[in-house]
Design a protein around this ligand. Structure first.
Ligand code: RB5
Length: 150
């Protein structure tokens, strides 16, 4: 799978570890994040990754900042993005199964390296369940269309 990854300055080491681990499993990883710990602005990375996912450059993506929150808020501003912050594996598989999340986010200050890998694995192994959940995903798109009219 072609997977994007993006991070701010708080998450360089964790990004590198997750990217290497994904590559070991045969995934292609596209790095949209920063590679130094010099302070940067996480909305820039969140938007970049959100646009890459929305455009189909990558099938899904992993976003990491201090909490996972700021960078996911930025990504969610892009139409078609469903970025979900997860700190546990139950949420990680449910956001794929029910919300068809196309970006998973977490915080380098919140989860350790092994938990982060467990979260990404739970997300990648899960499948969207469709049905009533697809009806609700379509409602997200309707909200985006109403925004365009304003
Ligand atoms: C950076 O200090 C921090 O605010 C950022 O990584 C993130 O936690 C924002 O949500």
């Amino acid at each position: 799978m072609k997977i994007g990854i993006g991070n701010d300055h708080t998450a360089v080491a964790l990004k590198n570890e997750i990217a290497a681990w994904l590559k070991e499993q045969g995934h292609e990883v596209v790095n949209y994040g920063v590679d130094t710990e010099e302070s940067c602005h996480y909305p820039v990375i969140g938007e970049k990754v959100g646009r890459a996912v929305a455009a189909g450059e990558v099938e899904c993506a992993v976003l990491i900042c201090g909490t996972g929150v700021g960078i996911s808020i930025a990504a969610n501003k892009v139409d078609g993005v469903r970025a979900a912050v997860c700190s546990d594996t139950t949420t990680a598989h449910l956001v794929k199964e029910h919300n068809n999340a196309n970006i998973i986010a977490f915080g380098a200050r919140i989860v350790g390296n092994e938990k982060a890998k467990d979260i990404v694995k739970a997300y990648l192994d899960a499948e969207f369940q469709g049905g009533r959940h697809a009806t609700r995903i379509a409602m997200f798109e309707e909200i985006e269309k109403r925004n365009e009219r304003n």
